[in-house]
Ligand binder design. Structure first.
Ligand SMILES: [Zn+2]
Length: 263
């Protein structure tokens, strides 16, 4: 795609025509290279999506990078700390409101919800409610670049986890909705909350959906073999996965057991 730039090595500096990533320095097994802070705009005005954790050096770097450009609004893909922790501090630095689905993460009067259209410098950003990773997860569609910012709903590498404030039934519906949107809108890129840009949105979403269905089948099978607790299931289903990820896997298994028991 013309205008899509994916650097080698780290997602820092990856971009589409009107969106640019400034990577926060908080790498971990859960956050991959760190949190992607997306700057969206044209000309004098920009929006900042997910300032990241409360890391003064990162927030200053974003501020310095903007130069004379004015931040009109700060948007959050969801309230998890690695995305929202620095939002209050950054809001004071640039004198802009914070908009999020969850009122606890807002600064200012305006919320953010499915169907909202936010504008900056003539660019539109369409808000999609995509609960599942967390109850308050949103995705942002940037029609000018045919790019979808996916927060932690779809990551640039590996798969996401279903947090305790999310749910698998919602998550599967959100993936189906994003898949349909990517097809009908002819999306050219997914811009995730962690990891590199995904230049094949439909392929990436199909992979996510297939992975979830496969894991559910594996969990059903593990139960048939007699596994009862989430820990016992993790040992069977995630045997090939690095042990540092087992606690996260256990959370995912709990979410999948909730789903299987409810359906
Ligand atoms: Zn995250």
């Amino acid at each position: 795609m013309s205008g899509l730039h994916i650097p080698i090595g780290t997602p820092d500096g990856s971009r589409t025509e009107h969106a640019e990533n400034l990577l926060a320095p908080n790498p971990s097994v859960m956050t991959l290279d760190g949190t992607n802070t997306w700057v969206i705009g044209a000309g004098e005005e920009v929006l900042v999506v997910d300032p990241g954790p409360e890391d003064e050096a990162h927030l200053q770097r974003v501020r310095d990078h903007l130069g004379e450009r004015r931040v009109t609004e700060i948007l959050l893909t969801h309230g998890h700390f690695d995305h929202s922790g620095g939002a209050g501090r950054f809001a004071r630095m640039v004198n802009a409101p914070v908009r999020a689905l969850d009122p606890r993460h807002r600064l200012g009067d305006e919320g953010l919800a499915d169907g909202d259209v936010v504008t900056v410098a003539g660019l539109e950003i369409h808000v999609y409610g995509t609960p599942g990773h967390s109850f308050d997860s949103l995705c942002f569609w940037l029609p000018a670049d045919r790019a979808m910012l996916t927060g932690d709903t779809v990551l640039g590498r590996g798969t996401t986890i279903i947090a305790r404030d999310g749910g698998l039934a919602d998550y599967l519906r959100s993936l189906d909705r994003l898949r349909a949107a990517a097809e009908s809108l002819e999306a050219r890129a997914l811009l995730p909350g962690h990891g590199p840009v995904l230049p094949d949105p439909i392929g990436a979403l199909d992979g996510y959906i297939a992975h979830r269905r496969e894991r559910l089948e594996q969990i059903r099978a593990a139960r048939e073999q007699g596994a009862r607790t989430a820990r016992q299931i993790v040992k069977i289903v995630y045997a090939d996965v690095d042990r540092s990820l087992w606690p996260a896997a256990e959370m995912s298994v709990l979410a999948q057991l909730d789903y299987l028991d409810a359906s």
